[in-house]
Design a protein around this ligand. Structure first.
Ligand SMILES: [Zn+2]
Length: 375
């Protein structure tokens, strides 16, 4: 039996998709405007608009003046018709963010708390998720899923952990999350999730490498506006490229990894774990901090130069340190340019656009994108 759908069903689906895409751009549209922009007849638009209204995805939100002088009803998306939740878990904090269909953060909260692979911890996490759902006033049946960003590598099914040396959780952590968070759950590598957040609002980010400069160093290659994970989901792990042969010992078991030189803790450990204070002291001209920062920028320039030599694309600096780099970009670009064998500048180096809850957002956005694609 053929699994092909009749042509008119296919066309109707294409029309619905195109109309929904217009609403995803966030504005108000009348049927007349939709008909004009999509070159459809009014009855077709009316039928599709009704379908989207019945699905609760769009609603009338005002009137628009028609070119003929008559007012027309304007419709816009019901942005919270569906929502998704993203969670970032690290060794010492949890971030939970709720996102709507437009990818906007409805609510995000950050909690301090040491990770422990115990029943109590997972129970508390479940309670925090429940609390944020109530606080944001979400309809439970409209929650598409919960994405969890972790400093681990996960398999292509987003359920199993394939590499984990940073956080003390076991490989069946997925089952533990499922017990306490009653929604569809997917696990994400932290850097991949953060890179996905950058891609989401920047469709022009065609090819890029996202370098996550947090307490751990991660990376993600964006190829043609999609996350490239590698054949075994271990791609982009620049944190474990050797920067200094026989250098500092890394937790991975090797020595001299980028991770040991660029970890944000190299800076924040000087100010009791407070990275913001490190940068404040640096700006005030603290000499010892300046020397450490100078060395950090050298290591960063070396890393960036290697990545760029290999990939020849934009490099987006994110993570905790990425959020403070803006005023140091000129000096960093100079250093990178000095290392570049082809001497053609370092304008490819950018800072991240999304500094708040980037990992949690990316973990949630995967559900949003899948839903929007399905319409
Ligand atoms: Zn390493």
């Amino acid at each position: 039996m053929s699994n092909k759908k009749p042509l008119n069903v296919e066309i109707r689906k294409i029309n619905t998709t195109n109309i929904y895409r217009k609403f995803l751009q966030g504005g108000q549209m009348s049927k007349q405007e939709l008909a004009k922009e999509l070159q459809l007849c009014i009855p077709t638009v009316t039928k599709n608009v009704e379908e989207l209204m019945n699905a609760g995805l769009i609603q009338p939100t005002g009137v628009k003046e028609n070119t003929g002088g008559r007012n027309a009803t304007a419709y816009s998306i019901v942005s919270d018709a569906k929502t998704a939740i993203g969670i970032e878990i690290t060794n010492d904090h949890i971030t939970i963010a709720v996102l709507d269909l437009l990818g906007n953060i409805i609510l995000s909260e950050r909690y301090r708390g040491m990770f422990s692979d115990t029943q109590d911890y997972y129970c508390e996490l479940g309670r925090l998720v429940k609390e944020i759902i109530q606080k944001a006033g979400l309809q439970e049946q409209n929650i598409l899923g919960v994405g969890i960003g972790l400093p681990v590598l996960v398999d292509s099914n987003r359920q199993k952990i394939v590499f984990n040396k940073i956080i003390n959780l076991d490989s069946n952590v997925y089952d533990k999350f499922v017990q306490h968070i009653p929604y569809r759950i997917e696990l994400f590598n932290d850097a991949n999730a953060a890179a996905y957040t950058e891609i989401w609002k920047n469709p022009n980010l065609k090819n890029a490498f996202y370098l996550m400069l947090s307490n751990n160093i991660g990376g993600c290659f964006v190829l043609d506006n999609l996350v490239y994970e590698g054949d075994t989901q271990k791609g982009g792990e620049v944190g474990h490229m050797t920067l200094i042969p026989n250098g500092q010992k890394c937790y991975c078991g090797q020595s001299g990894c980028v991770e040991t030189y660029l970890s944000a803790t190299n800076l924040s450990n000087l100010t009791d774990g407070n990275l913001q204070r490190f940068f404040l002291e640096l700006e005030r001209g603290d000499k010892s901090f300046s020397m450490i920062w100078d060395k950090y920028l050298d290591y960063l320039a070396l890393t960036v130069n290697s990545v760029h030599a290999l990939l020849d694309c934009d490099i987006v600096l994110g993570g905790y340190v990425g959020g403070y780099l803006e005023s140091y970009m000129d000096t960093l670009r100079e250093r990178v340019e000095g290392l570049n064998s082809f001497g053609n500048g370092a304008e490819f180096l950018k800072t991240c656009n999304y500094k708040k809850a980037a990992i949690a957002s990316g973990a949630a956005l995967n559900f949003i994108a899948a839903f929007n694609e399905s319409i």
